[in-house]
Ligand binder design. Structure first.
Ligand SMILES: Cc1ncc(COP(=O)(O)OP(=O)(O)O)c(N)n1
Ligand SMILES: Cc1ncsc1CCOP(=O)(O)O
Length: 534
């Protein structure tokens, strides 16, 4: 006999201490199973073996009623004292998996906690049936977890790939608000979580059955969306489109500009520095978008329902806007709206690095934009240093390699801004030679480029054919064309503005730049674009 084939979709880990007053633990367990829990682990941290065994026996009767497999947390002797279909979950500091497997025999379900790629590689051949991957987010249900332990969905995706087919269950801070984001964020074209494990999202609720059924619904929707996509579609869904016809992509971006001019203006929610706020709002307006500069956590949900795209720019980030960025990023992901991240000066301080990591752990970014120093810092290179919010000494030896590998790692578009701008979706990289040096002479032009790109992505998201299961609605080719639209509008407008006879320096240039942006049309964009595939 082999271990029971488990359904890891909604894995309940129990905690009697979290059951609300007035609710009986066994009734709660029954309700959770009714709601759709597919696997149960009995976790008792502060009881003697006798009491553990007693509660496990009673729990097993309920699980057996629903024909749902049950496991014991950590305590091998309790698992062995129960019926032969009861399994065991152990952690990295418990007995080795191979030893547990030898003592349990081949037929009981055995799970191991995994926190790193290295542990995942070991788990593959250890004899475990599945891995619990976490903590994905912060949690109060397990003592001793500190910020540094939190993996985030992006690291979880790397761990799941390293598990190489061993089923993975996400755990830690998962609930009705975070589960979908974690499931999609921890997926890659070739690997995905088998389910979620939760304590508080079910145990601490009075309406246990509803809580479990809400989670079951989210996991089922996630699984259905993956099943209905072919491998090719999945690759595309992570940003790698198919067209390498640069002329067609430029023409597509010009068409998006026309649709933007002729449709109703998309709301571009911009969380940006107070230095660049006015210029960014004016650039949005000139392109045909409608700016809203709100960083308020309290209105993130309401605005998320009506925004076309979001810009998270950390230029002058503080405690309040940091919370706002988390909430706005989540709302955008839920509504499948594009998110542009502008990690201004990320290499300059540990505070900025932590803020960017936090955003990228909680939000699936659509486009990451940065200069050489910013993208180097995010990629973990030290070729270019930061000088405040600008690039300092050094140069990139392989800008194309940097943008394409970052795009693949983060599953988003990446734009490296500089004398030549590089735009990559991981499969294709475009080099754009447009732009005028006066852009570097005015403050906030880089931030304004971020909102121009967000406006292009918003146009792509509403023009593109809706996809069912990705983090945005636009098709990948539309998405890269939308980003190109914003980039070309800004850089070509800067060339046209600088050539105006009345422009004598940065002051007159700002006015001419806004005029040129407002006058930009599809024909001008196609005529002036200097884009090549590299
Ligand atoms: C499904 C699942 N994944 C991970 C854990 C954590 O187990 P462990 O690391 O042993 O920590 P404790 O639960 O013993 O505190 C789990 N229990 N279940
Ligand atoms: C046991 C455990 N292991 C890692 S996180 C965690 C607790 C999960 O609890 P919750 O679902 O309430 O965050």
């Amino acid at each position: 006999m082999a271990p029971p084939r488990a359904d890891y979709s909604v894995y309940l880990v129990t905690a009697r201490s979290q059951v609300p007053a007035g609710v009986d633990y066994l009734d709660a367990l029954r309700a959770a199973l009714k709601g759709g829990v597919t696997l149960v682990q009995i976790r008792e941290k502060d009881v003697e073996t006798d009491e553990f065994l007693d509660i496990a026996r009673k729990s097993l009767e309920v699980c057996d009623e629903f024909k749902v497999p049950m496991l014991i947390n950590d305590n091998l002797s309790v698992a062995l004292a129960l019926a032969p279909h009861v399994g065991l979950h152990i952690g990295q500091s418990d007995l080795p998996v191979s030893q547990a497997r030898a003592l349990l025999g081949p037929d009981r379900l055995l799970g191991i906690s995994v926190h790193s790629v290295e542990q995942a590689r070991d788990a593959r051949t250890s004899g475990a049936d599945y891995a619990g991957v976490g903590p994905i987010y912060g949690t109060q249900s397990k003592a001793g977890i500190v910020d540094d332990d939190v993996l985030g969905a992006r690291q979880a995706a790397q761990i799941i790939e390293a598990l190489d087919g061993l089923p993975a269950v996400l755990i830690g801070g998962l609930n009705q608000q975070t589960a979908a984001r974690a499931l999609f964020g921890a997926s890659s074209p070739t690997a995905a979580p088998a389910g979620i494990a939760v304590i508080s999202a079910i145990m601490a609720r009075k309406d246990t059955e509803v809580a479990a059924s809400e989670l079951a619904e989210q996991v089922a929707a996630f699984k259905a969306s993956r099943a209905e996509q072919s491998a090719e579609q999945l690759r595309a869904a992570f940003g790698a489109g198919s067209s390498t016809d640069v002329k067609a992509l430029v023409e597509r971006s010009a068409l998006l500009l026309s649709s933007l001019r002729n449709g109703s203006p998309p709301l571009i929610q911009t969380l940006t520095s107070h230095v660049s706020s006015t210029l960014s709002a004016n650039v949005t307006l000139a392109l045909g978008g409608s700016p809203i500069m709100s960083a308020q956590e309290a209105e993130a949900d309401d605005l998320g329902k009506v925004t076309g795209a979001v810009v998270l720019n950390i230029g002058t980030i503080g405690a309040e806007s940091r919370r706002g960025m988390k909430a706005v990023g989540s709302a955008a992901n839920r509504g499948r709206k594009p998110v542009v991240l502008d990690p201004v000066g990320v290499g300059a301080s540990a505070f900025r690095k932590a803020a960017v990591n936090e955003i990228m752990d909680h939000t699936q970014i659509t486009l990451l934009k940065g200069n050489a120093a910013e993208l180097s810092a995010i990629a973990g290179l030290s070729e270019v240093t930061s000088r405040g919010v600008d690039s300092g000494a050094g140069s990139l030896s392989d800008p194309i390699g940097l943008v394409s590998s970052l795009a693949r790692r983060e599953r988003c578009l990446v734009l490296l801004s500089g004398k030549t701008d590089y735009l990559s979706d991981g499969a294709r990289t475009l080099a754009c030679e447009n732009g005028h040096a006066l852009l570097g002479a005015i403050t906030g032009s880089g931030c304004a480029l971020g909102v121009a790109i967000a406006t292009g992505l918003a146009a792509a998201n509403s023009a593109g054919e809706a996809q069912k299961s990705t983090m945005v609605k636009a098709q990948p080719d539309d998405l890269i064309a939308g980003a190109l639209m914003g980039l070309l509008c800004m850089t070509i407008a800067s060339e046209l503005a600088a050539a105006r006879p009345e422009v004598r320096g940065p002051g007159t240039f700002i006015a001419a730049l806004l005029d040129a942006l407002a006058a930009m049309d599809a024909e001008t964009l196609v005529q002036h674009a200097k884009v090549r595939l590299v």
